[in-house]
Design a protein around this ligand. Structure first.
Ligand code: AFP
Length: 336
């Protein structure tokens, strides 16, 4: 069968009335930047890219060399195309404007340049997550932070790339979630699964169990019942997986189902959760919903949250629809 490249796929989608030339160019530039990040991560110790950068990001987290490099690769790649007004990143406190030397466009790009980067030194999958928003009408010259603060349902595109045994791009422009695999010899992303669908039911969950003592009562009850297995109220055994790279955990769930959770707990209550709404939870929620799954805080749809800060954090439950709805039911029914 003839292979379909990302370029061909986006062109055909545009002809079908989904997206436009500017958006396609933006997505291709992001995909190209991710190929470069993939090459750098793939070199590992040989590329001198492992280890700490010796700096901290805005969230006070130690940056890896690859966090800094991936951020630079995405910023440089997106500066000149004329389709963007500004970029926001996990690694930068404020949005970065498109340099005056280049034309500005109507889109805003948000990204986590290297998700799961604490895994890079041990050669476990890492990834890039991105989200695309339209600039509000009548915006000024510079894109203000407030322009980025749009609910997830306003996203026009979202994607992630997993740098694993193979490099895989998952993309949605609001008409299904589609999987592309990088042909490393040719240098092209090739469509390998059109309209991926997450199984509605699952017997697999993903959570960092070491936080259990900090969880709220609904989460204690929910996971307690999963662990009770066949003898418990759920009446079947559940398996657990935790890569600690959200991209890898979500990709497993997209492929074979499951529920991913990073709940609120006493140790992170003040910051609102662990995962960032704008460039982790929202893009993943868009992809998962487009694949027939669900994405919730446990108490409501993630993509309906009206953000109030660029680096806002939220609790996350996403994946197989029925299991996410079950987790929500535990939150509704358990006093906390
Ligand atoms: P890093 O990018 O700082 O490694 O964080 C990864 C992450 O944001 C997400 O990808 C994981 O699901 C989660 O954190 C892992 O959290 P734990 O460290 O609690 O396992």
């Amino acid at each position: 069968m003839k292979s379909i490249t990302l370029t061909q796929f986006l062109t055909e989608e545009r002809r079908a009335g989904h997206g436009n030339t500017d958006l396609n160019q933006l997505l291709e530039v992001v995909a190209r930047a991710c190929k470069r990040i993939g090459v750098a991560t793939g070199k590992g110790a040989l590329g001198g890219v492992l280890g700490e950068a010796g700096s901290e990001n805005i969230q006070g987290e130690a940056q890896k060399k690859m966090d800094v490099l991936s951020n630079e690769i995405l910023l440089d790649a997106n500066a000149w195309g004329g389709h963007l007004a500004a970029c926001a990143s996990e690694e930068m406190e404020d949005p970065q404007q498109i340099p005056d030397a280049y034309p500005k466009g109507g889109y805003l790009l948000l990204f986590d340049p290297l998700d799961g980067s604490s895994n890079i030194d041990v050669n476990v999958s890492v990834g890039t997550i991105f989200s695309v928003l339209k600039r509000p009408e009548n915006s000024g010259d510079d894109a203000a932070t407030s322009e980025f603060l749009q609910a997830g349902r306003e996203q026009v595109a979202a994607g992630y790339v997993v740098y694993g045994p193979s490099t895989v791009l998952v993309l949605t422009i609001g008409h299904g979630s589609h999987v592309f695999t990088l042909d490393r010899e040719v240098g092209s992303f090739i469509l390998t699964q059109r309209d991926a669908k997450i199984p509605q039911e699952t017997s697999e969950f993903a959570v960092n169990m070491s936080n259990q003592r900090h969880w709220e009562p609904p989460m204690q009850r929910y996971v307690g019942d999963l662990l009770a297995g066949e003898q418990g109220p759920r009446g079947r055994d559940f398996n657990m997986r935790w890569v600690a790279s959200m991209v890898a955990d979500v990709h497993r769930i997209l492929t074979r189902g499951g529920i991913f959770s990073y709940p609120i707990d006493a140790s992170i209550r003040e910051q609102g959760g662990k995962l960032r709404l704008m460039y982790e939870a929202n893009p993943m929620a868009f992809i998962v919903e487009q694949a027939g799954g669900a994405a919730s805080t446990g108490r409501g749809r993630i993509m309906d949250i009206q953000p109030d800060a660029l680096h806002q954090r939220v609790p996350v439950f996403l994946g197989s629809r029925e299991e996410v709805e079950t987790a929500e039911r535990y939150h509704r029914e358990t006093p906390h």
